[in-house]
Each structure stands twice: as structure tokens, then as C-alpha cells.
Design a protein around this ligand. Structure first.
Ligand code: IDP
Ligand code: MG
Length: 153
């Protein structure tokens, strides 16, 4: 099973969208294996958004990401990285398809309510950045036979 990081950004928390967004991943059948609330700071954003450090919008992005706490979630499922990324929609929420999280709840390139890992490799790195081993919970998945075929992985 793959694991991926979702960050419900400060806008999701302030706008009361946390429950609705988490509910989408639950209803899709993904398994929540770790979750916590945290106030991000510049130090962690310099690492998390290192690929954007030279962009003109980087200071605004960091202001937005520190304006309120975030909710960090780890979701598990077969090909969870790809599945969750598709559920989020395109970065610029104004181009995001209706039915995606950004396409339904956001109107901005920056204030786009969720972060989702973009590759299996980055998911591992990002999860290690925000969670430690004791943050993960092991529990049974009795519905897996109704979510997946026996040969799926
Ligand atoms: P992603 O979140 O869809 O993976 P990235 O390119 O990794 O997109 O950018 C990270 C975050 O930086 C975006 O979610 C968004 O908040 C912000 N961002 C990206 N591009 C722009 C832009 O052109 N203007 C303002 N903010 C942007
Ligand atoms: Mg990204």
C-alpha cells in the first residue's frame, strides 16, 4: 500500500472545510493512518517548498501557510499518491475541474486549500518531515475486500 501526505492549509481550517475535505478521502475508501494539527513556521516551509524558493510569490505563500494552523494527514491505499493528487485538482484552483477539492472549494493559485504529495518519492520525504514512527496507527482494514479486488496492488 502507498502512503501520501495531505496538508489541509490554513484556509481550509479558517473556512470550516476540514471535515468536508477529510470526508472526501474517507468516502473514497482511503485509510487515515496518521493525523495532527500544527502551526507551521518558516524553517519547515523552506524545506517543504524548497522547489519554489526563488519564485516571486514565495513570501506570500509562506505568509498564507503560517496564517493559522494546518491539519496534516497521512492517507493509505493502493496508488494513494496518484489518487489523492487527482482528487485535489490542478494547482491553480480556477482551472481545477469541478468535483475536485480545489475545483469545488477554491478560486486561487495560492489559496488552494490542500497540499498533496506529487510522487511516491516525495510522499516518503514529506511524510518523514512531518511525522515520526509513533504518529502512525496500525489497525485492521476489514472493508478491504469491498474496496479492492484480490489481485489489485
Ligand atoms: P501543488 O500544491 O499543486 O503541488 P506546487 O507547484 O508544488 O503545486 O506549489 C506549491 C504551492 O505554492 C501551491 O499549492 C500554491 O499554494 C503555491 N503556488 C504555486 N504556484 C503559484 C503561483 O503561480 N502563484 C501563487 N502561488 C502559487
Ligand atoms: Mg507540490
Amino acid at each position: 500500500m502507498e502512503r501520501t501526505l495531505v496538508i489541509l492549509k490554513p484556509g481550509a481550517l479558517q473556512r470550516g472545510l476540514v471535515g468536508e475535505i477529510i470526508s472526501r478521502f474517507e468516502k473514497r475508501g482511503l485509510k487515515l493512518v496518521a493525523m495532527k494539527m500544527r502551526q507551521l513556521d518558516q524553517e519547515i516551509l523552506d524545506k517543504h517548498y524548497a522547489h519554489l524558493k526563488d519564485k516571486p510569490f514565495f513570501p506570500w505563500l509562506c505568509s498564507g501557510m503560517t496564517a493559522a494552523p494546518v491539519i496534516l494527514c497521512c492517507w493509505e491505499g493502493f496508488e494513494a499518491v496518484k489518487v489523492v493528487r487527482a482528487m485535489a485538482g490542478t494547482t491553480n484552483a480556477r482551472n481545477a475541474a469541478p468535483g475536485t477539492i480545489r475545483g469545488d472549494y477554491a478560486l486561487s493559485s495560492q489559496e488552494n486549500v490542500v497540499h498533496t504529495s506529487d510522487s511516491v518519492e516525495n510522499a516518503k520525504e514529506e511524510l518523514d518531515r512531518f511525522f515520526s514512527a509513533e504518529d502512525y496507527c496500525e489497525y485492521p482494514s476489514p472493508l478491504n475486500q469491498f474496496l479492492y479486488a484480490p489481485d489489485e496492488k
